[in-house]
Write a protein that binds this ligand. Structure first.
Ligand SMILES: [Zn+2]
Ligand SMILES: [Zn+2]
Length: 328
């Protein structure tokens, strides 16, 4: 056999072995995630308390109020829950800039880093931890160069480091501040990206109920609601953030490929998210009669956003960088 033929056989063989490995990882990983989900029975979070006032200011997301603010296919929200000020995720910073779009938007919106009492990271994906370098390095960062945030707590879903913050892995549901809890991580196996534990925040607003704040929503809307209903007696009042519904288009494309439709779904790569998936999720949420629904455009397409808007009517609010959502 000629050398050229041998090389082709070796290359095809290596690709085949890699593909079989990925299929096996996905298949076993999905089974493990299902087992973990079934085994995760938590008691009610009785000590969580309530807040009188909750505001959510998107600092990073896809849509912005005006051209002075930078939009990204990533997430960072400033949450003020009575006296606690929480930075939920730290954006994408795709070009590893300093100051990052997050820091620039904070300055434009008059938000100081020193106001932040704690950081919560939903999951270790580049659009939530501050870029590819942080995702791969298992860390998070607000900008392209180290940013002083002091020795504040950072609640992370998997071990992630930070030069100064005290990182605490919050696999199990727990109270983080009066009226503020993490619902704990819910694992999802993604075909290319592997096992992805993701946590969401639950804020108990007095006289209203639980407002869920979600990063990418890989866990699925249904499981996030199921977990919240396991933990709280109060009704689901609202759901704000990313739910990963790129049903007709993807914000991120490379070589014409719709990356979000292929990479983040928890399905086989050839069975992307459908309109029917979105309709089912809307029905599930609508059965709780929420009074606030706001879907991030960073990982959902315009079709899905319009579907949510028309399903929830007055309860629907656009999620826009620079436009504060206020409850209570
Ligand atoms: Zn995301
Ligand atoms: Zn993600």
């Amino acid at each position: 056999m000629k050398i050229g033929g041998l090389i082709i056989i070796i290359v095809v063989g290596v690709i085949l072995i890699a593909l079989i490995g990925m299929v096996a990882r996905f298949w076993f990983g999905r089974r493990r995630a299902s087992r973990d989900w079934a085994a995760a029975n938590y008691p009610k979070l009785k000590d969580v308390g309530t807040v009188k006032k909750l505001t959510i200011l998107p600092l990073i997301d896809w849509n912005t109020k005006d051209t002075n603010l930078t939009g990204e296919p990533g997430v960072s929200y400033l949450i003020r829950a009575d006296d606690a000020t929480i930075l939920f995720d730290v954006g994408y910073n795709a070009q590893n800039e300093h100051p990052s779009p997050l820091l620039r938007n904070m300055e434009t919106l008059g938000v100081s880093v020193s106001e932040i009492d704690m950081v919560v990271i939903s999951h270790n994906h580049l659009d939530h931890v501050g870029g590819m370098g942080h995702q791969q390095g298992k860390s998070f960062g607000l900008s392209g160069q180290p940013t002083e945030i002091g020795n504040i707590p950072a609640y992370v879903p998997v071990p992630l480091s930070h030069p100064t913050a005290r990182t605490i892995v919050t696999e199990k549901p727990q109270t983080l501040a009066p009226g503020v809890a993490t619902i704990g991580t819910i694992p999802r196996q993604l075909f290319f990206l592997g096992r992805t534990p993701e946590q969401s925040l639950a804020i108990n607003v007095a006289g209203k109920g639980i407002v869920l704040i979600v990063g990418c929503g890989h866990s699925t809307l249904q499981r996030i609601i199921d977990r919240a209903e396991m933990l709280f007696d109060a009704p689901i009042y609202g759901m704000v953030g990313g739910l990963h519904y790129p049903a007709t288009a993807s914000r991120e494309k490379k070589l014409g490929l719709p990356l979000q439709s292929i990479f983040g779904t928890g399905k086989w790569p050839w069975t992307p998210i459908t309109r029917e998936d979105v309709r089912k999720a809307i029905k599930y949420l609508k059965e709780r009669n929420p009074q606030l629904v706001s879907l991030s455009a960073h990982d959902s397409c315009d079709w899905s956003i319009e579907a949510f808007r028309s399903a929830f009517g007055e309860a629907y609010q656009d999620l826009i960088v620079g436009e504060e959502i206020s409850i209570g």
